[in-house]
Design a protein around this ligand. Structure first.
Ligand SMILES: Nc1nc2c(ncn2[C@@H]2O[C@H](COP(=O)(O)OP(=O)(O)O)[C@@H](O)[C@H]2O)c(=O)[nH]1
Ligand SMILES: [Mg+2]
Length: 247
């Protein structure tokens, strides 16, 4: 009997969920809290993470970071300036990270005393949202230049966030960003989730993000988002894309 795309997708996600759950148990058992950073490309994940890592190093927090991209080691080079152990993960064309990739890299690399591990996911607001990486905290970031409607357009990402970070606040005015509309849209898809404003230029929000993450590491309760990671379908996108094509 032929399996449908839905069946295959569900099977892949179920396998990932199982691996992620055991990875989370394993890592939390070893005292490691994983933070998954998720956003579209260019939202400012690396820039903000670099500052958060530097602050953590300054405070003596045993922190490390894995950063994922399809190509280049640029982000690992940028993050390594913080002084924290950093590893680049290349996904070989894959648009998201999966728990099995993370596990493979951690086995051979994670420094023994690490208590906080940041994972910068591949820049993409769709696919990474469906894959649990065994994180204890999922942070979804969005820059003010992306438009205040994005929480409504990407409900899986925003609806599965434990914390939302609004980046590049220095550009809010020139971009004509409507902060109240953005907050209303976030609350519609994820009632009660906290939103932190940040600016990697002047350091706004860096301490706030680090404090939230440290609190979770130290056992503070985490916001419960309405959504668990949900399936998405590359195949289903094709007819819609074709219908919308301008030739
Ligand atoms: N003005 C401004 N630019 C920023 C800020 N954060 C990041 N950028 C710039 O935005 C671009 C993309 O940032 P990057 O951290 O690489 O984004 P990523 O793809 O999400 O990791 C870079 O040119 C950064 O210098 C910010 O807070 N303010
Ligand atoms: Mg980056």
């Amino acid at each position: 009997m032929c399996e449908s795309v839905d069946d295959v997708t569900q099977a892949v996600l179920a396998k990932n969920d199982g691996l992620a759950a055991s990875l989370r148990d394993d890592l939390t058992g070893r005292g490691v809290t994983v933070v998954n950073l998720l956003s579209s490309p260019g939202s400012g994940k690396t820039e903000l993470l670099g500052r958060v890592l530097a602050r953590a190093v300054e405070r003596g927090v045993p922190v490390a970071a894995l950063t994922a991209d399809l190509a280049t080691e640029n982000d690992a080079r940028r993050l390594a300036r913080s002084g924290a152990p950093v590893k680049q993960l290349l996904t070989d064309g894959l648009c998201h990270l999966e728990a099995r990739q993370l596990r493979g890299h951690l086995e051979s690399w994670l420094p023994a005393d690490t208590s906080l591990l940041f994972v910068e996911n591949v820049g993409n607001l769709v696919c990474p949202a469906s894959y649990d990486l065994g994180e204890s905290l999922r942070i979804v970031l969005m820059a003010v230049t992306e438009g205040e409607d994005k929480p409504l357009k990407y409900p899986t990402a925003f609806g599965s966030a434990h914390l939302v970070v609004l980046t590049k606040s220095d550009l809010a005015e020139p971009a004509g960003f409507d902060g109240s509309a953005f907050l209303a849209h976030v609350q519609r898809v994820n009632p009660g989730v906290e939103v932190v404003r940040s600016c990697a230029r002047d350091g706004e929000g860096v301490d706030a993000v680090l404090e939230r993450v440290l609190a979770v590491r130290d056992g503070a309760p985490v916001h419960r988002p309405p959504l668990a990671p949900r399936p998405h379908h590359h195949e289903d996108a094709a007819p819609g894309l074709a219908a919308g094509r301008v030739s």
